[in-house]
Design a protein around this ligand. Structure first.
Ligand code: XUL
Length: 538
């Protein structure tokens, strides 16, 4: 019997998922989440993010993640009933793009963590930047333009790194830090992603960055999977000496540091496997280990992604190619106005989640031509700098209409902006917190004209991380298990969960999707007024 742990360090919470594998018997044995705002109110975060005057700025306190890891390990030791000394390997998933900045005391201090003292107290003095810019930050427009120009344009950067520059990507974020706080940047000895930072805490040494998460930085060659010197030069001086190494996703970082062994009773033989980004981990957690199907993750962000055998670049510039933890690739588009936008509408109209579902059920597909552009926060896809909800033929006081409008908008945006991937979508694997809501998934099925499946474990990022730990544990023992076998029995969609597209609704959305695109164009680029089209649609 072998036990594996997968962590998910996300925007709003830290989760751990434990799986047990005993021959063909595979089961989840424990899952626990700590919501940052609720469990660690002293950090003052809202939805995991520090309040800021500038709506384009989104930072989180890295010490919060450190403390959450310590507390969650304590819960594993005291409340889970898991024999911790039997945990073979641990891996994890981190919110992508976020970065953590450490000074030159970190290397020695990580190796000598004192199990008698809380971890956060020991990490505090190692930070050369108190806060971490995260994926919701869109304050680096100037820097991403400078990087793009220095490298020779969007197309060159996209071909080199898999994405043109994006505000939230780590390269533009590092450049901004180096410009605004040159001394802080000079004091920085090591820059980590959330994923490699958390892995470093576990292993008690600097962990490498994997190509899954490394691709979200505008710094890694997407084909070579090495740091791209031209991108480093365009970003900040001396960057090549500050980044952690890039290594395959299945690399063993080391054994669990004695901090965890002595403080909580793990075995010193427990392996720490490289962490990856949450989307690459989810790819594994929903079983997308070969080409064909696609997944939609309904978390704080909404992401749409699929497995790719080779990197292809989005000619429209809104999508990304990341590494897959299998060693292949994945395509992805990301929407910032996901879970929080749905929640905003729900709260605005005084509804609970049941009321939200009822509203979806009581309104017709197409919402009688009432359209919302749900840009509560700056949007990534399409790029929206000035946040603000836009409505067409939709009364802001109409609760049910606004509920349907926000969900339809999210699904139509996915459909319209994913065309570059060139995949014909017939089946969608739905994951993330909101994937438990079948009424939301019905809209997804109708808009995309695809069958939608749910999973037994909705935190596919934590599951993917635990499965990656299992896979890598085998590899380090000379046992190379095919990925289909790794994910079998866990990351399989529930057959009985199938939600079928309804032909009448599919026809409605085939007419509405181009009008939705016209609303976006009207609002962002001063395109033609979509009202006549909407009135005809009604
Ligand atoms: C992906 C992205 C988000 C974060 C959320 O590019 O920015 O999905 O990974 O944690």
């Amino acid at each position: 019997m072998s036990i594996y742990l997968g962590f998910d360090s996300s925007t709003q919470s830290l989760t751990v998922l434990a799986i047990e594998i005993d021959g063909s018997r595979r089961r989840r044995i424990f899952e626990h989440s700590l919501e940052f705002d609720v469990h660690f109110p002293a950090y003052g975060t809202r939805n995991g993010v520090l309040p800021a005057d500038n709506p384009l700025v989104a930072h989180s306190p890295p010490l919060l993640w450190v403390e959450a890891l310590d507390v969650l390990m304590g819960i594993l030791a005291k409340e889970s009933g898991i024999p911790l000394e039997q945990v073979c390997a641990i891996s994890g998933s981190g919110q992508q793009h976020g970065s953590v900045y450490l000074n030159n005391r970190a290397t020695a201090a990580l190796e000598a963590l004192d199990p008698a003292r809380p971890l956060a107290d020991q990490i505090e003095t190692l930070l050369s930047r108190r806060t971490s810019p995260i994926w919701m930050d869109s304050s680096t427009a100037e820097e991403f333009r400078e990087i793009t120009e220095a490298i020779g344009g969007d197309k060159v950067l996209a071909a080199l790194t898999g994405s043109r520059a994006f505000e939230r990507f780590t390269g533009p974020q590092i450049r901004k830090f180096s410009k605004e706080d040159a001394r802080g940047y000079a004091r920085t000895d090591k820059i980590h992603l959330v994923s490699s930072f958390m892995a470093s805490l576990l292993a008690g040494k600097h962990a490498p960055i994997d190509p899954g998460d490394g691709a979200g930085m505008n710094l890694m060659g997407i084909v070579s999977k090495l740091w791209a010197p031209a991108a480093l030069r365009a970003t900040a001086e001396g960057l090549e000496t500050k980044l952690s190494d890039l290594k395959e996703s299945w690399s063993m970082v080391g054994n669990l540091s004695s901090y965890w062994v002595r403080r909580y009773g793990f075995s010193p033989r427990t392996k720490v496997i490289s962490w990856s980004g949450d989307n690459p981990c989810s790819l594994i957690g929903v079983g997308l280990v070969k080409q064909g199907k696609v997944a939609i993750s309904l978390g704080t962000s909404t992401t749409f992604f699929g497995f790719l055998p080779r990197p292809i670049v989005d000619p429209t510039g809104s999508g990304h190619v990341f590494g897959s933890p299998t060693g292949d690739y994945m395509s992805l588009i990301c929407f910032e106005n996901g879970g929080l936008a749905r929640d905003e509408v729900r709260k605005e109209h005084g509804l609970d989640w049941q009321g939200f579902s009822m509203a979806l059920r009581s309104t017709p597909p197409g919402n009688r031509g009432g359209v919302m552009l749900p840009w509560f926060k700056p949007e990534i896809t399409p790029r929206v700098h000035q946040p603000g909800v836009r409505r067409y033929h939709l009364d802001p006081r109409d609760g049910a209409g606004n509920v349907r409008a926000v969900v339809e908008a999210q699904m139509m945006a996915i459909s319209n902006h994913s065309q570059w991937m060139g995949v014909s979508i017939s089946t969608v694997h739905a994951t993330g917190g909101s994937a438990v809501n079948r009424d939301i998934l019905q809209v997804m099925a109708d808009v995309l004209d695809a069958e939608v499946y749910q999973f037994q474990i909705s935190n596919s990022a934590a599951l993917g991380a635990a499965l990656r730990a299992y896979h890598a544990d085998g590899l380090t023992d000379g046992n190379s298990l095919p990925w289909e076998k790794v994910v079998a029995g866990f990351a399989e969609p529930l057959r009985e969960s199938r939600i079928k597209p309804r032909p009448e609704a599919v026809k409605v959305y085939a007419r509405l999707k181009p009008i939705y695109a016209a609303c976006e164009a009207h609002s962002l680029r001063g395109g033609e007024d979509p009202s006549p089209g909407l009135l005809r649609f009604r």
